[in-house]
Design a binder for this molecule. Structure first.
Ligand SMILES: Nc1nc2c(ncn2[C@@H]2O[C@H](COP(=O)(O)OP(=O)(O)OP(=O)(O)O)[C@@H](O)[C@H]2O)c(=O)[nH]1
Ligand SMILES: [Mg+2]
Length: 303
């Protein structure tokens, strides 16, 4: 029998490359939030896939980008930290938007990490097959990749081949986590992320990077098959609060309903979700506010 293999696989790349979508595809569940916008993921999120003969521990990470705010810097630091002890580094690039120079900076930022590097060309369902060859050619020169593999996280094309390639290079090791563990995120944190995802999807145009969500109450009432969740959406300015609430509270209601439905479907329990909006001036710049709102210096653990 082949020896058991287990190890950590860090998924790295620029914002919006498709990291979280691929991560979810591997795990077969929506563990990480996804949006059509850059800088959606802010923490390092761990997800575990058990297969015959191995345990693959994936790390979804924030996109690596030149950070302007303290929040940006903490996000990038978390991504880089996730690569430090990883056995495999998956560098994701977007087939619809190849930028060798910027992607090269991502690779440069984790130089010295010893994980086996793969180049993963994502979103191949959106491009013509023959368009991939010049991309492969160009990137080959950037870094000594073990292999270059095209995938679509949406259709699943290429995902199994990629898994096989990863398993081949993982070290022999007993599993790190019990077989029934899927993620290291708490339910509370996951719910806060789902709410944040709905805010991004609803208000990105007006409030691109300025919202945080905290969960202030999470009360389970098993006798009523009900969980009562109280959350606060934090924004940086009064004007953003107005936008988020919307005329007659319509927008906040829509966000709350979308989040509630998704959490109910996932946890298979009735949810009562109450949301408030709080103005926390310039929280993305302020280290103390960041600590308080769920973005401590080391975001390399999802809380
Ligand atoms: N068509 C298609 N769209 C994809 C694919 N992978 C991701 N997307 C879309 O690309 C957008 C960004 O996906 P994410 O998974 O959030 O990207 P990310 O790299 O995690 O982004 P950040 O967390 O912001 O760094 C979303 O709208 C996804 O639906 C794919 O394989 N095919
Ligand atoms: Mg992401």
């Amino acid at each position: 029998m082949a020896p058991f293999k287990s190890g950590f696989i860090s998924i790295l790349g620029r914002p919006n490359a498709g990291k979280s979508t691929l991560f979810n595809r591997f795990l077969g569940d929506k563990v990480a939030i996804v949006a059509e916008r850059p800088q959606t993921t802010r923490h390092r999120i761990l997800g575990i896939k058990n297969i015959e003969g191995g345990q693959l521990i994936f790390l979804d990470t924030p996109g690596i980008h030149p950070g302007r705010s303290e929040l940006n810097r903490r996000m990038v630091r978390a991504a880089i930290a996730s690569a430090r002890d990883a056995d495999v580094l998956l560098f994701l690039i977007d087939a619809t938007d190849p930028r060798p120079e910027k992607d090269g900076e991502v690779m440069e930022s984790v130089k010295g990490c010893s994980g086996v590097p793969f180049l993963v060309i994502s979103k191949i369902d959106l491009v013509k097959r023959k368009g991939l060859l010049p991309i492969m050619d160009e990137y080959q020169r950037l870094h000594p990749f073990k292999a270059i593999l095209p995938v679509s996280a949406v259709t699943g094309e290429g995902a199994d081949v990629l898994l096989d390639e990863i398993l081949k290079v993982l070290p022999e090791s007993p599993p790190y986590y019990p077989e029934d563990t899927v993620t290291d995120q708490t339910e509370r944190f996951w719910v806060s992320e789902i709410i944040r995802e709905k805010v991004i999807r609803e208000c990105y145009q007006e409030i691109p990077f300025s919202t945080a969500v905290t969960i202030d109450g999470f009360e389970e009432h098993p006798e009523k098959s009900l969980v009562v969740i109280r959350g606060t959406i934090h924004v940086e300015r009064d004007s953003q609060k107005k936008i988020l609430i919307g005329r007659g509270g319509q927008r906040l209601k829509k966000i709350g309903e979308a989040a509630r439905k998704e959490v109910e479907a996932f946890l298979r329990i009735r949810i009562f979700l109450a949301l408030w909006v709080n103005v926390e001036k310039n929280w993305t710049q302020n280290p103390r506010a960041l600590d308080r709102l769920g973005y401590p210096l080391t975001l390399d653990h999802s809380p």
